[in-house]
Design a protein around this ligand. Structure first.
Ligand code: GLN
Length: 257
């Protein structure tokens, strides 16, 4: 367990090329939630110019454009730090392009196929049309009870292999979706991937600003304490944000959580 005197290090992977959708906010949320609880925390930006350190307590990786994710995947594959960190059980949160690039391969909009990092048992191909809008899901992860909210904006559809589990069952939106030409599953779409210490999702938001339970689950993994032992932070503004996302004026009749 990290002592409150020692600094918790949040590795923000590739903020220089993978922050198009504001997912760099996830690292800010983690730092703030630690500080509110009396921990010292710092965000360590890990750019394309940097070797990936294996020593961070937790890592985040955001969404981005096709070209950025090809470059990013190559960098993470070559600089081996993230493999060692994940092997050691360090939590890693990946969003959208970040999710896609951690897989075995991903096919981008121009039809070319790029090699992924290979940390997730998933592959990604284009869906028939781009998905843009709110995304809500019920978590399938045993440590998460609160409904998940975010927004999605992607062309890719992700298929999970046997080692990967979905993060949630989708209510609004498509999440992982299905590749073009594949029938949507009768039981509905799922979102995200859980595999080892990696949690990945199609949810921007930033997802941790909208989903404090997920943020605290990841922090508990980073600090190596029991999930739930961090206690709940009383943040009415976050409750209000969630209320607005699930029941708000933007989506009155469709959003039934
Ligand atoms: N380029 C990817 C896609 O469109 C990821 C986009 C994103 O990160 N939002 O599927």
């Amino acid at each position: 367990m990290a002592k409150r005197e020692s600094v918790v290090r949040i590795g923000a992977l590739l903020p220089d090329i993978m922050s198009t959708y504001g997912d760099d906010g996830n690292a800010l949320v983690l730092r703030k939630r630690l500080e509110w609880r009396g921990y010292q925390a710092e965000i360590v930006p890990i750019t394309l110019q940097d070797a990936v350190p294996e020593s961070c307590d937790i890592y985040t990786l955001g969404g981005g454009e096709d070209v950025a994710q090809i470059l990013g995947a190559e960098h993470l594959r070559q600089s081996r730090g993230i493999f060692r960190a994940v092997e050691a059980g360090r939590p890693l949160l990946a969003v959208c392009a970040g999710l896609q690039m951690l897989g075995e391969w991903f096919q981008v909009a121009d039809g070319s196929r790029a090699e992924g990092v290979g940390l997730l048992d998933i592959t990604t191909q284009p869906q028939s049309e781009r998905s843009i809008g709110e995304l809500t899901a019920t978590p399938l992860h045993p440590q998460l009870q609160q409904k998940l909210t975010g927004f999605e904006n992607h062309m890719g559809a992700t298929v999970l292999g046997g080692d990967a589990q979905p993060l949630g069952r989708v209510h609004i939106g498509v999440g992982n979706s299905v590749p073009a030409g594949v029938e949507p599953p009768a039981e509905g779409f799922v979102d995200g991937v859980v595999q080892g210490s990696i949690i990945a999702t199609y949810m921007h938001g930033p997802v941790l600003a909208r989903n404090p339970e997920l943020a605290d689950y990841l922090l508990a993994q980073a600090l190596r304490v029991e999930p739930g032992s961090l206690g709940v932070l009383d943040l009415p503004v976050v409750d209000k944000l969630r209320e607005e996302r699930f029941y708000g004026a933007l989506h009155p009749p469709r959003l039934d959580p």
